[in-house]
Design a protein around this ligand. Sequence first.
Ligand code: F6P
Length: 326
Amino acid sequence: MSQIKCIGILTSGGDAPGMNAAIRAVTRAAIYNGFEVKGIYRGYKGLITGEIAPFKTQNVSNIIQQGGTILKTARCQEFKTAEGRKIAYDTLVKEGIDALVVIGGDGTLTGARIFATEYNFPIVGLPGTIDNDLFGTDTTIGYDTALNTIMEAVDKIRDTATSHERLFFIEVMGRDAGFLALNGAIATGAEAAIIPEISTEVDQLEELIKNGFRKSKNSSIVLVAESPITGGAMHLAERVQKEYPQYDVRVTILGHIQRGGSPTAHDRILASRMGAAAIDALLEDQRNVMIGIRNNEIEYIPFNKAIKNDKPIDRELLNTLRKLSI
Ligand code: F6P
């Protein structure tokens, strides 16, 4: 094994419930294996500004249940430049940090891949994003909690939709990926999910809604994934309302409520397993890999694969939604 003594840890990009559980797991598994740990604040920005502090086991006490990230997060433009990354490298040398564990989504892992290649620096990534859009892992830290938040919110909206016999378009997050919208629709018995991976025409949607009302359904809910491809819930609702003025249409954009809150047991356990696995990976001399989970087994996925490949939507889920929304 190469001479790693001190591991730096950071969270970057959008926060996700379970990031704190991951920080705790990385810190404790590292200390358990005799490493020093340093916490880097505000993502890659902390490597440029030098906001770094030693982390002991007590620094991560009582955080497993907290949403957000105690290390703060940012989307750092400077780290996208070669000059910014040079400053970051100098900071790492000065701080005596010889490996990094980064927790975040697509942008975070892209930054990690570039930096690791440029400076031959050992980095392990953890998939921390509510979007679940990283290839090579069945699920990401924060996704399950966000899905449960969506489910609770949509259940509440269903009460109003039913009482007023309305058609609701509810926009959920996903950054161009339909996982939250599709599984959110299945979990709430929604009538349809409009996702960027599958094109749906307004008249197809109308057919579905009309059938529902004909069969004496007295409300309809359509989950829409945010994306320029779907056009978002507002845009879709306007088109449907214009063409079919007989429907009483309303729109709800769930927004950042989806990113917060105490992580579910699933996300806490996932983050704990992945955090411990990140240290195992470094001990096994793994470099530039993301920790993934497939069929409940931990796997190491090269950054290139995780970032560059599109994660496909499961057709079986789409069919299930179609069959059950009649
Ligand atoms: O990647 C997580 C995510 O919540 C996406 O679903 C969404 O598109 C984006 O971040 C929103 O980012 P911000 O909080 O910077 O507006």
